[in-house]
Design a binder for this molecule. Structure first.
Ligand code: SF4
Length: 305
């Protein structure tokens, strides 16, 4: 593992670029979707994984430099999984001077009791976790709940829904909770997982492994992740293009009558904005090698939407 203090000058320069890129991508996503407003109290959900540590770190930086004022409170849910190192997060948060709350609820026992051995426990577990987090946000008076999902999570979800759910649907950067009462935000929506991974390693965040519950990782998600990683190696720029596609949707060129009124489509004398380009070539842009994309270009990419 490379440590920050062991970096050469060149590596340090690369680290600064990486940090800047992550901060700018998060800042851009927050701005584009109006995720955080003046006076907000943002509850930052901290699982102990790389993404949520990075999210907290980036939000703390943005809090210092943003022209608006907002509060941050970190929340971790101790689900009483066997071997959960309960001291790790409080020690880290104390060392950083972060306001936090640890919520302890034994969802592990509930899940074990309700779900037959060998069946996947994730869906009940996350439903319980979601309910507890929403309740905690209300208790804390939080106006936003920040989750650490990133660009690659969003793409994986898109393909999962297409391949296994028959739906063109991903993970939105901002949404209202199912009980209608909470606003959920994903400030890392533009951040690449590999950047977050590298950042977490260099920042030496005290990562808590996510497999303590003993549940098998969702196999379908694993397959999609491998597919995307393979594409990323084989076809540089494809991931960036797909992420861009999430922000550039043409309902008149899909096939959902609920999104576009195909039934009442009429011909007209003058040119039609959503006209038939069915025989045109797809709008193909040359792929770009991610290694060649600097932070300015990443910001431009997200601005192209
Ligand atoms: S991996 Fe374990 S802790 Fe995570 S959602 Fe699934 S059951 Fe819950």
């Amino acid at each position: 593992m490379t440590r920050l203090e062991d970096l050469t000058a060149k590596q340090k320069y690369a680290f600064n670029k990486l940090q800047k890129r992550l901060r700018r991508c998060a800042g851009k996503a927050i701005d584009d979707f109006n995720m955080i407003e003046h006076g907000d109290k943002v509850m930052v959900c901290l699982s102990g994984g790389k993404d949520s540590y990075a999210m907290l770190d980036i939000l703390r930086y943005l809090q210092k430099v943003a022209p608006i004022q907002f509060e941050l409170v970190a929340v971790n849910l101790d689900q009483k999984q066997p071997g959960f190192p309960a001291h790790v997060l409080p020690a880290y948060l104390d060392s950083q001077g972060v306001d936090y709350k640890i919520v302890t609820e034994d969802t592990y026992s509930i899940v074990k009791e309700k779900i037959p051995e060998g069946k996947t426990t994730c869906s009940l577990c996350s439903r319980l976790r979601r309910g507890i987090l929403y309740r905690t946000a209300t208790e804390l008076g939080a106006t936003k709940i920040a989750l650490g999902h990133h660009r690659d999570d969003m793409l994986e979800t898109l393909f999962l829904n297409m391949f296994y759910g028959g739906k063109l649907k991903s993970m939105p950067p901002k949404l209202v909770s199912d009980d209608g009462k909470q606003m959920v935000i994903r400030p890392l929506a533009y951040c690449a997982e590999k950047d977050l991974e590298r950042y977490a390693e260099l920042m030496e965040f005290p990562i808590i492994p996510c497999n303590l519950c003993g549940s098998q990782e969702n196999l379908q998600r694993k397959v999609i992740k491998q597919m995307l990683q393979q594409w990323d190696k084989q076809y540089p720029g494809r991931i960036e293009n797909m992420a861009r596609a999430l922000q550039s949707v043409t309902p008149s060129h899909l096939a959902d009558p609920a999104l576009f009124n195909f039934a009442d489509l009429k011909t007209q004398e003058h040119p039609f904005e959503d006209g038939d380009i069915g025989f045109d070539q797809p709008d193909i842009r040359p792929p770009q090698n991610p290694a060649d994309i600097d932070e300015e270009q990443i910001v431009q990419i997200v601005q192209l939407s």
